[in-house]
Ligand binder design. Structure first.
Ligand code: MN
Length: 222
């Protein structure tokens, strides 16, 4: 029975990894978070994102946020909470590290070496309803990501009625703190692109469109 349960757990875990990285974050052992593996090889997104950048961003930056969070929550009310609960209810250093952990888990699971996909189905319909066309949405999102001052994140998010929004958040901001569900998050901190693009953030954002996995983003919309 134990083996059966374990297999079932692994299956559910794998399903969540592929369909919804936000839920996936909730599957982490409570109170002790670990660095999730990348869903692709570190060199799989090159040349859009180089192997060096992926290795640093995932293996150093994300790892540091997770390690810091594990230390900071000891002896606090968040010691046995899941990641989303911590992001929604914390402030200060705990919030910063928890939100950056969640943001990066969503981020790394948004990309795929399958290039040049486009959104489809219900997500495409919702995008067209809000921005007229996918191209218009892309323009608006690119403009938001290019013009965000300093470090932060630009999100495609939905409200509880399925209406879509482009939300710019500074530093570690995540739309779940305002009641939205994040579907797509682009990291505009310089560490995300500086080694590959130096100060050319617009070029980096433009290239990212070719590695977005719209199947994953679409699954988050459901
Ligand atoms: Mn980052």
């Amino acid at each position: 029975m134990k083996t059966k349960l374990a297999i079932k757990k692994i299956f559910v875990f794998a399903l969540l990894v592929t369909t919804n990285s936000v839920l996936w974050a909730q599957e982490q052992p409570k109170g002790k978070f670990s660095l999730p593996p990348l869903p692709y090889e570190a060199n799989a997104l090159a040349p859009v994102i180089s192997e060096t950048t992926i290795k640093l961003h995932h293996g150093k930056h994300l790892k540091a946020y997770i390690d810091n969070l594990n230390k900071l929550i000891v002896g606090t009310p968040f010691e046995n909470s899941d990641l989303e609960t911590i992001v929604k209810n914390s402030t200060g250093a705990i919030f910063n590290n928890a939100a950056q952990a969640l943001n990066h888990i969503i981020y790394f699971n948004t990309f795929s070496p399958k290039a040049n996909q486009l959104p489809s189905g219900a997500l495409l319909k919702a995008i067209e309803k809000e921005w007229g066309s996918f191209d218009n949405f892309k323009k608006e999102f690119t403009s938001a990501a290019t013009s965000l001052f300093g470090s932060g994140w630009v999100w495609l998010a939905k409200d509880k009625n399925g209406k879509l929004y482009i939300l710019s958040e500074s530093n570690a901001g995540n739309p779940i703190t305002k009641g939205y569900t994040p579907l797509l998050g682009i990291d505009v901190w310089e560490h995300a692109y500086y080694l590959d693009y130096q100060n050319r953030r617009p070029e980096h954002i433009e290239k990212l469109w070719t590695i977005i996995d719209w199947d994953t983003v679409g699954a988050r919309y459901k």
